[in-house]
Design a protein around this ligand. Sequence first.
Ligand code: ZN
Ligand code: ZN
Length: 871
Amino acid sequence: MEHLGLNEIRKRFLNFYESKDHYVGKSASLIPKNDKSILIINSGMAPLKPYFAGTETPPKKRMCTCQKCIRTGDIDNVGHTARHGTFFEMLGNFSFGDYFKKESIGWGVEFLTEHLGFPMDKLWATVYLDDEEAIKIWEDNGMDPSHIVRLGKEDNFWEIGLGPCGPDSEIFYDRGEEFGCGKPDCKPGCDCDRFMEIWNHVFTQFSKEEDGSYSNLAHPNIDTGMGLERMACVMQDTLSIFDVDTIRYILDGVCEMSGVEYTDGDKDSDISIRIITDHIRAMTFMIADGIMPSNEGRGYVLRRILRRAARHGRLLGIKGTFLKELSNRVIEVSGEAYPELIEKKDYIQKIIQVEEDNFNQTIDKGEEIIQEYIRSLVQSGEKELDGERAFKLYDTYGFPLELTEEILEAKGFTADEEGFKVNMQAQKDRARASRKSNDEEGWDAAELDLNVPKTEFVGYDVLKAEGNVLAIIKDQKLSESLFEGEKGVLIFDKTPFYAEGGGQVTDKGVIFKGDVLAEIIKVEKKDGIFYHTVSLKNGSIATGDTMGLAVYNKYRNATARNHTATHLLQKALREIVGTHVEQAGSMVNENGLRFDFTHFEPISEEQLKEIEARVNEKILEFLPVVTTEMPISEAQKLGAMALFGEKYGESVRVVNAGGWSIELCGGTHVNNTGEIGCFKLMSETGVASGVRRIEAVTGTGVLAIANANEALITRVADAFKSNKKAIVDRIRTHIEEFKSMKKELEEIKKQAMGSEVDDLIKNSREINGIRVITSSFTDYNINDLRTLSDDVKKNYKNTAMVFAAVSEDKVTFLTSLTDDLVEKGYHAGNMIKQIAKIAGGGGGGKADMAQAGGKDPSKVKEALEFVDNLL
Ligand SMILES: [Zn+2]
Ligand SMILES: [Zn+2]
């Protein structure tokens, strides 16, 4: 048997099945499409379900893939064993009603023996006990009959509830007696390490009916699965997935970064190294597929493994963040097979960095707290940490419950999971309650005994309709009527008013009949019922009344322009910035639009211009905007972008702008992109880590901005006594003039100082053979005095100067000595102390120059004369 690298095994498998006329499919994203039964893709077959179910047509009836998978069921065992991992790859060949058992087993044997070099006598197979057909095929392919093991339904029959099912056959590799338990009945299925399962072939040939019987499928299917890492273990003759070439390369990286040696054993450090090695693979692939760390669903799985890995890095003594750096190794070894890792490298690493940074900021404090908790448990003799404290660690320090449990478990403690959930729920309730108390119209439909049918929404087609008042809610209670000046909630049998949703605001408008007039404040939709909050301006309304409902089309149209533009913006972002851009929220009203999306850095000025240009280009192409109701599977075929976090029923509304932008959306739109008129970006900012926000305006909004800008320019021109055309030249001239005036002023000051020096020398006196200059000034500040003394020093020696800058209530002294005096031992700093003292101040400084303040300007003369005594 050859010793093959993991990447080589994958290549050979896909090449082999391609030579057998299979379509080589790309691995699907880890995020399941239209499949709520699983959170993350966990097998090669999972993304192909629609092909098996017949709801979608496969590209070819024969297909093979290498699928990236994540399973978190055994996450607690990861690191503690040699075999558990969350991330793995699965090779598989599939037949959608094409070939069946004969080819599947035949090619399986051909691949294993001729392309991977397995000796036939080392292969074993388990089959479903009744499956004579499979047994015969195995024998025809040269398998020793004693190597074929018949097992029961629990081992070799694949079925989930009703529908397609069938027997399967698992291929085992015999590692040799030395790995066995030695029991005489040791065979595939035994607990020991001798027989390793390498490949499962599922023969879907029956359909289980409601009465428990099985009928034959007209077109049976084949679905096989081979764990790539496990196959690599066999081919590289190791029992540990962590010794597989590509994985070991990552593990060695962990050792290098931590300086800790891997001993392939059960030491705590070995466990930490294995956990990090597995988790870095999982997180790198998850982020590449667009999963973001969060507190829910897939995002929570990602956050959990990332934080767990970060903490184990600390346990190994790694300082600071390291996961970003380590992800390089994953990208290096898997980038060729999964080019998205290379394409999104920067993005992947930014997300890892931000999340690890965030966690690092609280991890030390959290660890401290948890150790404190453990000490208190030891003291009180308890075995379980209560839910309140477990929740505090989650809420304040970002410790996922599972991480807290892991840390506790290492010391023999547990956490109260139920109590944790109770605290979590209590926090959610508090948040909801505070939202409610902030909302003066707060009421809960579920608490009212409402017995009304779902509201018919006619607003996609018309802006005016007649509706019957089915119910009135006033002061949070059901009421028969609403009177002038009151606020209340009306429910009709039908309405043209769009209810707030999908980021689009409520329509504005009125409800009327004769003299009766109510204004719409907002419209909400819950469980298909539209709740119109109104303010009654005139007359009264009673249940049973028939009213006119009219939407203000000016607002509706402006909102529609902004909503359609939001779709165009999203498409442009995905084209220009990248397909990792996902909607994270949006808001459209008549004034403009706001679009939040996933991206990790500011968008460059250049790209913003390109985005704006792209949207305007599509507006001017006058693309028809068509909305259609269709089954969700059809929408997916069109490539419709599903909105973030929204739930859809069976039938969805697809908004298609010229085939360029296709989105699932319940909002109201223009009929043609040309109606938008024009699109202008206003700002691009960050709102949360990994989320950016774009604000923009369209149509008349752009005009309003243009008008406002024009008005601003006019005001500037007026202020400069110029006109718009000449304003730029005018401002330039002003700046030039200002510069030259400033220069001139400095020149004048300089000249003034020059003559000042002459005057000072003229008025100097001689004490002890030293020239002494004292003078007080009211129009110079201390900086001017320094310049003045420097000017004197340039041309004169043997000179001592004491200047005073005098203002109303204080004085600043400057003492300055030429260098030759300093050499003789005179000290300006010492002199000024005594001088300033006379004027009620103090200070000091260096030997050649010193400054000091004084509080009493009337003593300046006396202070300056004191210099003579000093010298
Ligand atoms: Zn055994
Ligand atoms: Zn929309």
